[in-house]
Design a protein around this ligand. Sequence first.
Ligand code: AMP
Length: 213
Amino acid sequence: MIIILLGAPGSGKGTQAEYICPKYNLFPVSTGDLLRERKKADDDIARNINALMSEGKLIPDDTINLLVSEMLDAKLASSDQRGLLFDGYPRTVEQAKFLNEALKKHNKKIDGALLFQIDENIIVDRITSRRVDRKTGKIYNLKTLPPPAGGDYDLYQREDDTEEVIKKRLAVYKEQTEPLIDFYTKQGVIFNVDAAAERSETEKEVSDILGKF
Ligand code: AMP
Protein backbone atom coordinates (compact mmCIF):
# COMPACT_ATOMS: atom_id res chain seq x y z
CA MET A 1 0.00 0.00 0.00
CA ILE A 2 1.35 3.44 -0.91
CA ILE A 3 -0.25 6.42 0.79
CA ILE A 4 0.37 10.16 0.68
CA LEU A 5 -0.70 12.56 3.40
CA LEU A 6 -1.54 15.87 1.77
CA GLY A 7 -2.44 19.02 3.68
CA ALA A 8 -1.19 22.32 5.05
CA PRO A 9 1.60 22.42 7.62
CA GLY A 10 0.01 21.91 11.03
CA SER A 11 -2.97 19.97 9.70
CA GLY A 12 -1.89 16.96 11.81
CA LYS A 13 -0.25 14.78 9.15
CA GLY A 14 2.73 13.90 11.35
CA THR A 15 0.55 12.95 14.32
CA GLN A 16 -1.66 10.74 12.14
CA ALA A 17 1.43 9.19 10.51
CA GLU A 18 2.58 8.01 13.96
CA TYR A 19 -0.78 6.33 14.41
CA ILE A 20 -1.22 4.85 10.93
CA CYS A 21 2.24 3.39 10.27
CA PRO A 22 2.29 0.68 12.94
CA LYS A 23 -1.41 -0.08 12.45
CA TYR A 24 -1.18 -0.61 8.67
CA ASN A 25 2.40 -1.85 8.53
CA LEU A 26 3.66 1.19 6.63
CA PHE A 27 7.16 2.64 6.47
CA PRO A 28 7.05 6.40 7.22
CA VAL A 29 8.76 8.79 4.82
CA SER A 30 8.86 12.33 6.15
CA THR A 31 11.03 14.59 3.98
CA GLY A 32 10.90 17.17 6.81
CA ASP A 33 12.53 14.63 9.16
CA LEU A 34 15.06 13.60 6.49
CA LEU A 35 15.98 17.26 6.01
CA ARG A 36 16.20 17.99 9.74
CA GLU A 37 18.67 15.10 9.95
CA ARG A 38 20.61 16.21 6.84
CA LYS A 39 21.00 19.80 8.03
CA LYS A 40 22.95 18.68 11.12
CA ALA A 41 26.03 18.13 8.92
CA ASP A 42 28.70 20.79 8.61
CA ASP A 43 28.65 21.43 4.85
CA ASP A 44 27.19 23.83 2.28
CA ILE A 45 24.15 21.68 1.50
CA ALA A 46 23.27 21.59 5.21
CA ARG A 47 23.68 25.36 5.54
CA ASN A 48 21.52 25.92 2.47
CA ILE A 49 18.77 23.61 3.77
CA ASN A 50 18.90 25.33 7.14
CA ALA A 51 18.52 28.80 5.62
CA LEU A 52 15.53 27.81 3.46
CA MET A 53 13.76 25.87 6.22
CA SER A 54 14.10 28.60 8.81
CA GLU A 55 12.44 31.00 6.35
CA GLY A 56 9.59 28.58 5.65
CA LYS A 57 10.63 28.13 2.00
CA LEU A 58 10.74 24.88 0.08
CA ILE A 59 13.97 23.04 -0.62
CA PRO A 60 14.60 22.79 -4.42
CA ASP A 61 12.87 19.87 -6.15
CA ASP A 62 16.16 18.33 -7.38
CA THR A 63 17.56 18.04 -3.86
CA ILE A 64 14.35 16.57 -2.44
CA ASN A 65 13.77 14.17 -5.33
CA LEU A 66 17.32 12.85 -5.03
CA LEU A 67 16.85 12.29 -1.29
CA VAL A 68 13.57 10.45 -1.91
CA SER A 69 14.79 8.33 -4.81
CA GLU A 70 17.83 7.15 -2.81
CA MET A 71 15.54 6.24 0.05
CA LEU A 72 13.06 4.49 -2.30
CA ASP A 73 15.74 2.45 -4.08
CA ALA A 74 17.19 1.29 -0.76
CA LYS A 75 13.80 0.52 0.76
CA LEU A 76 12.31 -1.30 -2.23
CA ALA A 77 15.49 -3.33 -2.79
CA SER A 78 15.49 -4.49 0.84
CA SER A 79 13.48 -7.34 2.34
CA ASP A 80 11.27 -4.82 4.17
CA GLN A 81 7.76 -5.69 2.99
CA ARG A 82 6.03 -2.67 4.51
CA GLY A 83 4.13 -0.26 2.30
CA LEU A 84 5.01 3.45 2.25
CA LEU A 85 3.45 6.45 3.88
CA PHE A 86 4.62 9.83 2.59
CA ASP A 87 4.22 12.77 4.96
CA GLY A 88 5.19 16.16 3.54
CA TYR A 89 6.17 14.81 0.12
CA PRO A 90 5.37 15.57 -2.64
CA ARG A 91 4.90 19.31 -2.13
CA THR A 92 5.04 20.48 -5.75
CA VAL A 93 3.62 19.15 -9.03
CA GLU A 94 7.21 18.57 -10.16
CA GLN A 95 7.81 16.30 -7.14
CA ALA A 96 4.50 14.49 -7.69
CA LYS A 97 5.40 13.72 -11.30
CA PHE A 98 8.83 12.53 -10.19
CA LEU A 99 7.30 10.24 -7.55
CA ASN A 100 4.88 8.69 -10.05
CA GLU A 101 7.79 7.87 -12.36
CA ALA A 102 9.98 6.55 -9.54
CA LEU A 103 7.17 4.26 -8.35
CA LYS A 104 6.44 3.09 -11.88
CA LYS A 105 10.07 1.99 -12.13
CA HIS A 106 9.37 -0.36 -9.23
CA ASN A 107 5.94 -1.45 -10.61
CA LYS A 108 4.12 0.44 -7.90
CA LYS A 109 1.57 3.23 -7.76
CA ILE A 110 -0.16 5.48 -5.25
CA ASP A 111 -3.28 3.96 -3.67
CA GLY A 112 -4.52 7.02 -1.84
CA ALA A 113 -3.73 10.69 -1.24
CA LEU A 114 -5.47 11.69 1.99
CA LEU A 115 -6.29 15.39 1.98
CA PHE A 116 -6.27 16.87 5.51
CA GLN A 117 -8.78 19.72 5.45
CA ILE A 118 -8.62 22.43 8.10
CA ASP A 119 -9.11 26.16 8.56
CA GLU A 120 -5.99 28.37 8.58
CA ASN A 121 -6.82 30.06 11.91
CA ILE A 122 -6.82 26.72 13.69
CA ILE A 123 -3.47 25.91 12.12
CA VAL A 124 -1.66 28.98 13.45
CA ASP A 125 -2.93 28.24 16.95
CA ARG A 126 -2.02 24.56 16.70
CA ILE A 127 1.43 25.09 15.30
CA THR A 128 2.59 27.68 17.80
CA SER A 129 1.74 25.29 20.66
CA ARG A 130 3.31 22.25 18.97
CA ARG A 131 6.36 20.70 20.67
CA VAL A 132 8.55 17.73 19.69
CA ASP A 133 10.32 15.39 22.11
CA ARG A 134 14.02 15.38 21.29
CA LYS A 135 14.42 11.85 22.70
CA THR A 136 11.65 10.05 20.81
CA GLY A 137 10.74 12.45 17.98
CA LYS A 138 7.11 12.22 19.14
CA ILE A 139 4.87 15.21 18.46
CA TYR A 140 2.89 16.84 21.29
CA ASN A 141 0.69 19.89 21.64
CA LEU A 142 0.74 21.95 24.82
CA LYS A 143 -3.00 22.63 24.50
CA THR A 144 -4.53 19.57 22.85
CA LEU A 145 -2.03 16.72 23.27
CA PRO A 146 0.24 17.33 26.26
CA PRO A 147 2.80 14.64 27.10
CA PRO A 148 1.47 12.20 29.73
CA ALA A 149 2.38 13.22 33.29
CA GLY A 150 5.34 11.57 34.98
CA GLY A 151 7.40 10.96 31.80
CA ASP A 152 10.88 12.27 31.16
CA TYR A 153 10.67 14.57 28.13
CA ASP A 154 12.98 16.95 26.34
CA LEU A 155 10.45 19.08 24.47
CA TYR A 156 11.50 21.71 21.97
CA GLN A 157 9.75 24.05 19.55
CA ARG A 158 10.81 23.70 15.92
CA GLU A 159 12.34 26.97 14.78
CA ASP A 160 9.92 27.12 11.83
CA ASP A 161 6.91 26.79 14.18
CA THR A 162 6.74 30.49 15.04
CA GLU A 163 3.75 32.58 13.93
CA GLU A 164 5.82 34.56 11.44
CA VAL A 165 7.26 31.49 9.72
CA ILE A 166 4.01 29.51 9.77
CA LYS A 167 2.26 32.30 7.85
CA LYS A 168 4.96 32.13 5.24
CA ARG A 169 4.70 28.30 5.11
CA LEU A 170 0.93 28.55 4.61
CA ALA A 171 1.43 30.94 1.71
CA VAL A 172 3.96 28.54 0.18
CA TYR A 173 1.49 25.67 0.66
CA LYS A 174 -1.26 27.59 -1.18
CA GLU A 175 0.94 28.53 -4.06
CA GLN A 176 3.03 25.39 -4.57
CA THR A 177 1.29 22.44 -2.91
CA GLU A 178 -2.45 23.06 -3.36
CA PRO A 179 -2.20 22.38 -7.13
CA LEU A 180 -1.55 18.76 -6.10
CA ILE A 181 -5.21 18.43 -5.10
CA ASP A 182 -6.13 18.78 -8.75
CA PHE A 183 -3.28 16.55 -9.82
CA TYR A 184 -4.38 13.66 -7.57
CA THR A 185 -8.09 14.24 -8.17
CA LYS A 186 -7.42 13.63 -11.87
CA GLN A 187 -5.60 10.45 -10.86
CA GLY A 188 -8.71 9.42 -8.90
CA VAL A 189 -6.91 8.86 -5.61
CA ILE A 190 -8.01 11.81 -3.41
CA PHE A 191 -9.82 11.10 -0.11
CA ASN A 192 -10.95 13.95 2.15
CA VAL A 193 -10.29 13.89 5.89
CA ASP A 194 -11.68 16.34 8.44
CA ALA A 195 -8.43 17.40 10.11
CA ALA A 196 -10.13 19.95 12.39
CA ALA A 197 -12.05 17.23 14.23
CA GLU A 198 -10.93 15.62 17.50
CA ARG A 199 -7.82 13.52 16.94
CA SER A 200 -9.69 10.24 17.61
CA GLU A 201 -12.35 11.23 15.07
CA THR A 202 -9.70 11.98 12.45
CA GLU A 203 -8.06 8.64 13.26
CA LYS A 204 -11.37 6.89 12.63
CA GLU A 205 -11.88 8.64 9.28
CA VAL A 206 -8.35 7.71 8.23
CA SER A 207 -8.88 4.08 9.32
CA ASP A 208 -12.12 3.88 7.37
CA ILE A 209 -10.31 5.00 4.22
CA LEU A 210 -7.24 2.80 4.65
CA GLY A 211 -9.38 -0.19 5.58
CA LYS A 212 -10.74 -0.18 2.00
CA PHE A 213 -7.35 -0.87 0.38
P1 AMP B 1 7.61 19.49 7.47
O1 AMP B 1 8.31 18.83 8.62
O2 AMP B 1 7.02 18.51 6.52
O3 AMP B 1 6.63 20.55 7.91
O4 AMP B 1 8.74 20.27 6.64
C1 AMP B 1 9.51 21.30 7.21
C2 AMP B 1 10.24 22.09 6.14
O5 AMP B 1 11.12 21.21 5.42
C3 AMP B 1 9.36 22.72 5.07
O6 AMP B 1 8.83 23.96 5.48
C4 AMP B 1 10.37 22.85 3.91
O7 AMP B 1 11.28 23.93 4.16
C5 AMP B 1 11.16 21.57 4.03
N1 AMP B 1 10.53 20.47 3.27
C6 AMP B 1 9.98 19.32 3.78
N2 AMP B 1 9.49 18.52 2.80
C7 AMP B 1 9.74 19.19 1.64
C8 AMP B 1 9.46 18.91 0.28
N3 AMP B 1 8.80 17.79 -0.10
N4 AMP B 1 9.85 19.82 -0.66
C9 AMP B 1 10.50 20.94 -0.32
N5 AMP B 1 10.78 21.28 0.95
C10 AMP B 1 10.41 20.42 1.93
